[in-house]
Design a protein around this ligand. Sequence first.
Ligand SMILES: CC(C)(COP(=O)(O)OP(=O)(O)OC[C@H]1O[C@@H](n2cnc3c(N)ncnc32)[C@H](O)[C@@H]1OP(=O)(O)O)[C@@H](O)C(=O)NCCC(=O)NCCS
Length: 199
Amino acid sequence: MAFFSDGRWVSDGAKIGEGTIVQAGAVIEDDCVIGRNCRIGYHAVLRRGTRIGDNSIFGTLSASEGWNMIGSHVTIHSQCHITEDVKIEDWVFIAPFFCGANTMRIVHGRDYPLVKEGYTIKSGARIAIGVNVLPAVTIGLDALIGAGAVVTRDIPDYAIAFGSPAKVVGKVPEDERLCVRILPQQTEHGRSLRVDISP
Ligand SMILES: CC(C)(COP(=O)(O)OP(=O)(O)OC[C@H]1O[C@@H](n2cnc3c(N)ncnc32)[C@H](O)[C@@H]1OP(=O)(O)O)[C@@H](O)C(=O)NCCC(=O)NCCS
């Protein structure tokens, strides 16, 4: 474990790639694997088993509750809460005050099993400020989720959706579909971009 005078706490059991910056106050627990050229923001918390690809940003005061797969070229802005067992693919953008849930029934002392089901955000999706996501949903490729939405059901690829519950209101124009435009030779239409975050 390394504890720095600026309050960073980085476990010896974490792997951090070359060129990655860990800013003051950040905490990185065991079994975290962070790729190259990332930025882990001020007072961010990466709990056990968080994996992040290359060239990604995990913003100030955001938290990953562990065992999450976060791809490359991802931006998770400030003050976002990422629960356990979540998959966030390459080139996803998440604006501030995002919060996702991974259990539908809140057990808290009740006598029924705790079922955890993370959500998936597919490549190129953009999530606006203040969005909430319920367990087990999938937000499709390049989808755009509008400010303040509560996502309760799967959102198809390329959909624009907002509201509570979020409803599809349109389609992302073809020239805004990042995964098709950036890596046309590496991705078929509708297939997610590579998420290479092996240790
Ligand atoms: C999804 C989004 C792009 C939609 O914007 P838009 O296409 O310009 O929408 P419009 O202005 O054409 O609005 C169409 C209608 O939907 C409503 N509307 C737009 N966005 C809405 C939202 N997020 N939630 C609920 N209603 C919304 C408008 O009020 C309007 O209703 P009206 O026809 O009754 O007046 C926008 O809401 C959004 O969330 N942008 C991202 C902001 C953001 O988080 N940026 C990142 C900062 S770091």
